[in-house]
Write a protein that binds this ligand. Sequence first.
Ligand SMILES: NC(=O)c1ccc[n+]([C@@H]2O[C@H](COP(=O)([O-])OP(=O)(O)OC[C@H]3O[C@@H](n4cnc5c(N)ncnc54)[C@H](OP(=O)(O)O)[C@@H]3O)[C@@H](O)[C@H]2O)c1
Length: 328
Amino acid sequence: MKIVIPGGTGQVGAILDRALTAAGHDVVVLTRRPTREREVGWDGEMPGPWTEVIDGSDVVINLAGRSVSCRYTEANLRAMMDSRVRSTQVVGEAIAAAVRPPRVWLQMSTATVYAHRFDAPNDETTGVIGGTEPDVPGYWAYSVEIARNWERAQEQADTPHTRKVALRSAMVMSPDRGGVFDVLLRLARLGLGGPVAGGRQYVSWIHDRDFVRAVEFLVDRDDLTGPVNLAAPGPLPQRAFMRALRSAWGVPVGLPATNWMAELGAFALRSDTELLLKSRRVVPGRLSAAGFDFEYAGWPEAAGDLVRRRRLGPGGARPVSRSLASGA
Ligand SMILES: NC(=O)c1ccc[n+]([C@@H]2O[C@H](COP(=O)([O-])OP(=O)(O)OC[C@H]3O[C@@H](n4cnc5c(N)ncnc54)[C@H](OP(=O)(O)O)[C@@H]3O)[C@@H](O)[C@H]2O)c1
């Protein structure tokens, strides 16, 4: 198949590109700074010559959007919103204008669309969409708003010959340098992998192999449209999540962090405390109902595999993107 991945130069793009190319597909990445073979330039805003690669492709997987690894200032939140909504609209315009449109468009979304909650898991049918929770910082609602507008941009695209799926993905765990697993593992190895702010908040995650398998499953299954959760069936409290990670690497202790320490840690990581403190309890309702089997359903086994591959070193876990590889 010819598969086009707008925004495919980041962490998730590297995972998909690697796996889909190895599976024999012809993968083209749309990027604002093309430098390598199979990369085509676009600006994520306006139609241009790049739309020719969409015309005649089989699958489009749009991952583009300003990185969420930043402080959530007003300007950064606005850039996160605009880059996601506009790039999705322009991908939709390219598909709508194509003489031979792709048969499926997988659009990245996020598990962050669901409410901060502890009481029950969120699936696609009974899950609670966030934005109105009491006692959480006001800007958390804005992250939900980004996710909703992102999905709406795909829904509103007039692409009658192309099946549309929104990927409500949890954190994708791969051993690659600079990815989210790498950051968490570094914290654990420094002895800082303890509970944050009590550690009750749920962590949803998906192993990179299952993420790729789920994408392939959704490409194949013509009966599935709309939002689909990509998350392992075993989300767990952050305290247990980090304990399993420490045990997989062999780190005996993890210092607990209070709220203000999380602030400091998030600042040091150039990230935001929402990523650490929001309870994301998300389960794969539609994937499971459709018969998808996770290879890594439980976190201890997944963490064990990721640690093993991480220990193989750079050959086993290549850098995930140009910018991360160069340390930028
Ligand atoms: N990583 C996860 O675990 C995870 C989980 C759930 C959802 N997501 C979402 O999935 C998508 C991919 O994740 P990722 O971790 O691979 O993100 P990433 O590493 O930040 O990569 C996203 C890509 O988007 C492109 N981009 C950035 N700003 C842009 C803009 N203003 N206009 C057009 N393109 C822009 C960049 O490509 P160029 O600079 O080459 O143009 C970048 O490589 C993101 O939207 C993320 O929010 C990720």
